[in-house]
Design a protein around this ligand. Structure first.
Ligand code: SF4
Ligand code: SF4
Length: 147
């Protein structure tokens, strides 16, 4: 009886649509509640480094010298701490599957340069009167004349 059931299931499996999807060729609809992956809206990031300090797995790096914010997605456990703690609210979790990869990599993003506040403009000092260089003939006139 048991082998009959098993045979029926095996035969049925040959003609049924596969249970798995051919991701990424086939797009998979994320189920409700999927945490997804961290996204930084990089234009608003001020490279303060709070997210890096709060990340329990060390997945985030903030390089202020190079203006780079980076994330090692292979170390991220989607705990949401960085999103919650970011003072600029530029981090969010996008409920999508990340593109698969054969190798581990770190995603790095360059923060665009910010506009510096322009200093208050002082009234321009009056331009000093420009003295013209003496003409060559004037030097010649000062030479003692030969008798
Ligand atoms: S906490 Fe927010 S603003 Fe600060 S470095 Fe991280 S992403 Fe950028
Ligand atoms: S979600 Fe958690 S583990 Fe992932 S980068 Fe943010 S703080 Fe780190």
């Amino acid at each position: 009886m048991g082998s009959f059931k098993l045979g029926k299931m095996t035969l049925g499996g040959l003609f049924k649509k596969p249970e798995t999807t051919l991701y990424p060729i086939e797009k998979k609809t994320p189920p409700p509640g999927l945490k997804g992956h961290v996204v930084n809206h990089i234009d608003d990031c001020i490279l303060c480094g709070i997210c890096m300090r709060r990340c329990p797995t060390g997945a985030l790096t903030v390089d202020r010298a190079e203006d780079i914010w980076s994330i090692d997605r292979f170390h991220c456990i989607q705990c949401y701490s960085c999103v919650r703690e970011c003072p600029r609210h530029c981090l969010s979790m996008e409920p999508e599957y990340h593109f698969p990869s054969e190798k581990k990599f770190v995603s790095a993003y360059r923060v665009p340069p910010r506009k510096k506040p322009t200093p208050a403009t002082k009234p321009a000092a009056p331009a000093a009167e420009k003295k013209e260089d003496p003409k060559p003939e004037e030097f010649q006139a000062e030479k003692p004349s030969e008798a």
